[in-house]
Design a protein around this ligand. Structure first.
Ligand code: SF4
Ligand code: SF4
Length: 186
């Protein structure tokens, strides 16, 4: 009886091994989906939802569409968005019988727009509730840092850097397109 049980147990073990090897063999033969980072990076990440970032105006890409309504900072459940507004314009002293008017138009663009990504849960409420579509998810997939401070982002500076990079990338292409045949230099 004991011998029979041992034989049964050995058979079970062999069966389990065969099933495991079958799964391993099947996966081994499948095309590789992952890449050997950092030697290779993935490029099909358009749908990746990284940390949020500001969207620039079509004609002024370094200036965010943001109108400092504070909706995103208000709805954020983690309190990780902080926005600073420009102070309201000074009001000119009114003449007698007239209404006091501001000296200039109020600046709606934020003075500072910061994200603490350490506490962001990527819930998307800020993106969904922005009335002017000034927020989107970035495709920043390769993030690394050595301290929490490395994940506190100045989104205004980020937008300016992105706009500069796009302008730099466009410049040589436009110069080449604008050059007449034979003007290619030496
Ligand atoms: S995705 Fe959610 S948690 Fe992250 S900043 Fe936006 S509202 Fe806050
Ligand atoms: S919700 Fe949009 S417009 Fe309002 S403060 Fe946030 S980013 Fe700016």
């Amino acid at each position: 009886m004991t011998l029979f049980k041992e034989f049964q147990s050995a058979l079970k073990g062999l069966w389990s091994l065969a099933v495991g090897l079958k799964v391993t063999g099947r996966e081994f033969a499948r095309p590789q989906l992952t890449v050997h980072y950092p030697r290779k990076v993935v490029d099909n990440i358009v749908t990746y939802r990284g940390h949020i970032e500001l969207v620039g105006k079509p004609k002024e890409p370094a200036v965010p569409k943001c109108i400092t309504c504070m909706m995103c900072a208000t709805v954020c459940p983690s309190g990780c968005i902080s926005i600073k507004k420009f102070p309201p314009p000074k009001v000119a002293p009114a003449a007698e019988g007239e209404e006091a008017k501001p000296k200039a138009k109020p600046v709606k663009t934020p003075k500072a727009f910061n994200l603490n990504y350490n506490t962001c849960s990527l819930c998307g409420l800020c993106v969904q509730n922005c009335p002017v579509d000034s927020l989107r998810f970035s495709t920043d997939v390769y993030l690394a840092g050595v301290s929490r401070a490395d994940f506190e982002y100045d989104l205004m500076a980020r937008l300016a850097a992105q706009a500069e990079a796009v302008a730099k990338a466009k410049a040589p292409a436009e110069a080449t397109a604008g050059a007449k045949p034979g003007e290619g230099g030496e």
